[in-house]
Each structure stands twice: as C-alpha cells, then as structure tokens.
Write a protein that binds this ligand. Structure first.
Ligand code: SAH
Length: 408
C-alpha cells in the first residue's frame, strides 16, 4: 500500500543532530548527513527524510550520485505526483503574472528552482515559448509532469511550446547526461523575440547560453539606460547586447561592447539591427576579444569611458573556486576603475554562487584602492524579482551588482 508520505516506502535517516538545517527549512541534504538509506530508491525517486529518532522531516527527491543526496519537495507528508507539479508550477507562474501584463516585457523566469519549491527546475518563458532546464535527479524523474504543467499553463500565459535545455555541467554531478530538444508543441519556425523596456532581443534558445537570454539583468539594463544619455559606455562581457543596446536606447554618445564569443557578438549586432535604429551602427563598436586583454590595451592607449559595465560569466561556481575567481574579479575591476573618467560609474556584477555579497564588496573595494580612485556605492543590485530568493535558501542569491560612483 502507498504510504501517505508519497515516498513509496523509501527512507533516508539522518545522523544524530544533522536534522538542524532541515528544521530551518534548508532544502538540501548532503551525503555526509545520512546514516541509512532504506527501501532501495532509484535515482530521482521520492524518499521520506527522517531524523535519527524516526521523526518525519520532509519528502524529497533522491540523488544517489550527487553530494547533495536529497532535495526537499515538501515539508509535510504528501504524494509527489503530476498534480503536485501542476500546483507548484501554476503557483510560480501566478507570481509572474503582473510582470507580464504590463509593458515591461513579454518574457520572465517562471520557475527559479529551490526558491519556487522546485529544486533543480529552471523555466524561462520567452514570448510564447518555455525553455526548461532539469538539473537534478528529481527534476529529471518528473520531466513529463513538468512539461505538461508548463505547456498547460492557463491564461494569461499563452504557452505554445516547451523546449528542454538540460545541457548544463551540473547535470554531470547528478550522473545525468546532457539533454536538449522539443518536449511539447510544434518546433519554432520563426525567431523568438524577447521584448524588454521597448527593445527587442532574439532569444537563441537552441544555441545560446543557458536558456538563450539573460532575463536576470532586466532591471539593471534599465538602470543603465536611465543614466546613459550623452555618455561613453563600455559594456564588457556583452553577450547578445543586453546592456549595450539599453545604453544606445538611453542616448549614449558611444557604446563599446566586448565579448570573446563571435556568435554572441553577431547576435548583439543583429539585435542592434532588429531595433531598427540606424544611428546605433555609427555609435556602436563591437570588439571580439578577451576582456582582460582588451582592458589592458585600452589602458595602454589611455582610452577613457564615463560608464563601464562588467558582467563576467560565473567565475566561481562553488566556494572552493572563490580564491582564484577573486583574483580575476579584482583584476577586471581594477582595470575598469583605471579606465573611468573622473565622476564615472562602474556597474560591476558577480553571478558566482561561491562569492558572497560581502566578499564581492571587499574585492571591488580592494580594486578601487589599488587603482588609486575613491568611489562610493550608489546602489546594490540583484537579479530581477522573477528570480526570487527564498529566505530559507540564501544560495538562490547568485547575482549581485555594485554601482560605484568614482569621485570627480
Ligand atoms: N551582459 C550580458 C550577459 C553576459 S554573459 C547580458 O546582460 O545579457 C557572459 C559573457 O561573457 C558571455 O557572452 C561570454 O561569451 C563572455 N565571456 C566569457 N569569458 C570572456 C572573456 N574572458 N572575455 C570576453 N568575454 C568573455
């Protein structure tokens, strides 16, 4: 008979004292915390988590190959089934409804993993197309239920198709191979356009980074647009032009954008054309180069900018990489401070989970000191609100940004 925990008779019993983080509702159980596994669960199966004295703690997905051995689906006994995913996904989508109903955008992160109660599940809506990443064994196990729920979201969502981009490196830690392809609906036959603050960007869902467009920088793109009038702007790590195009739309005098990826720069140029503003071409310069080398070149040429954006890729995936990453962040920020005109603005980001906001501020402060500039923090920035951080899951706060005003 099926148990009311929905765990179908599989149990993980923790070592004494190791239930503490679960009682604070942190959704991960590490391998070292587990005393016993009973019931022979397979990868992705639902298991009941119990304290060393047999108390029920949560129902969770079992990841036998990962150091994160279980991820919590729910804190009360319940069946984990298609209806569970239907409810959770509808709830997450409802929280994004207002964003999509206004003029800001037609695209949003619908599911942000643990912070939406769905560990290992990321889903981005681009216009009428959802791109989903299944990054943990439990998410993999429930692919069909998740695809059905996303494909069947009620109005105002108009989901015509669901595409899977489960090709992130973290799948290997779960013993899962990369997997991409159409899950629901007819494949796309036209470009998929993300609208953001009146601009258009093509989402490259099959070949682009992650799910195809970085929705997390939406608010920070707008911040740049608002301060760009008549400024010279340098966008480092520009990808498909999120910051660069907003600077152009904000009336920047000139925009220089750097990325080491040829396809990313081609996409950025195409996006500039898509927005059909002829003056963009004359004001914009697209440079295919390594940012660290290019900034040194600019330093040697004594080039200066009014605003510099630094939005590098994840340099420290975990805290273990933090030291090496810290040197790279410091290097880039130091160079950027040196290239700013007096009174200039540095918008600098870290999307590394392994670098805390506190550490990031220290790195940027050290860079300013070594560059010999005095600067103040004008704003702390974060991922847009459709990338929520659950209070019990601080790891969800991966993107942090500092806007620094350099003294005139
Ligand atoms: N700012 C973008 C997102 C940046 S993603 C936006 O708002 O949408 C990070 C980008 O850094 C990627 O496009 C990647 O190609 C680029 N990149 C990674 N390492 C680099 C390096 N050393 N030099 C230049 N670009 C790099």
């Amino acid at each position: 008979m099926r148990r009311n925990s929905g765990a179908a008779g599989a149990f993980l019993t923790l070592k004494p004292g190791r239930e503490k983080s679960l009682k604070r509702r942190h959704p991960w159980v590490f391998a070292g915390a587990i005393a016993r596994v009973e019931g022979n669960p397979a990868s992705g199966d639902t298991v009941e988590l119990r304290s060393s004295d047999g108390e029920f703690l949560a129902v969770a997905a079992f990841s036998p190959e990962s150091q994160i051995r279980a991820r919590v689906w729910d804190w009360k006994p319940r069946d984990i089934d298609a209806a569970f995913f239907g409810q959770r996904i509808a709830q997450a989508a409802r929280a994004r409804e207002r964003l999509l109903c206004g003029n800001v955008t037609n695209s949003a992160r619908l599911i942000h993993g643990e912070s939406d109660g769905l560990p290992g599940v990321i889903a981005d809506l681009f216009d009428d197309t959802v791109v989903v990443q299944l990054l943990a064994a439990g998410a993999e196990r429930w692919r069909d239920a998740i695809a059905d729920a996303l494909g069947g979201l009620p109005a105002p969502f108009k989901v015509a198709r669901v595409y899977e981009r489960s090709d992130a490196d973290v799948r290997a830690l779960e013993g899962l191979p990369p997997k991409s392809g159409w899950l629901r609906g007819p494949p796309l036959t036209r470009p998929l356009i993300v609208r953001e603050h009146g601009l258009q960007f093509k989402a490259e869902i099959e070949s682009g980074h992650k799910t195809g467009y970085y929705l997390d920088q939406r608010d920070n793109h707008l911040f740049l647009k608002d301060i760009s009038a008549d400024k010279s702007v340098l966008d480092c790590f520009c990808y498909s032009g999120g910051f660069a195009l907003h600077a152009l739309a904000g009336g920047a005098r000139s925009v220089t954008a750097i990325d080491s990826s040829g396809p990313a720069l081609a996409a950025a140029r195409a996006n500039a054309e898509l927005n059909n503003l002829p003056e963009y071409a004359s004001k914009a310069e697209w440079i295919e180069a390594d940012v660290f080398q290019q900034l040194r070149k600019f330093r040697d040429q004594a080039r200066r900018f009014d605003i510099i954006v630094l939005d590098p890729p994840k340099l420290a995936p975990t805290a273990a990489h933090a030291e090496k990453a810290a040197r790279a962040y410091k290097d880039a920020n130091l160079l950027a401070f040196k290239l700013l005109n007096p009174g200039g603005v540095l918008m600098t980001y870290s999307c590394s989970g392994g670098v805390s906001p506190d550490l990031f501020q220290k790195i940027v402060a050290g860079a300013a000191l070594d560059a010999g500039v005095s600067a103040r923090i004008a704003a702390w920035q974060h991922a847009a609100a459709d990338h929520p951080v659950a209070l019990n899951f601080p790891e969800g706060e991966y993107l942090k940004g500092l806007v620094c005003h350099v003294a005139a």
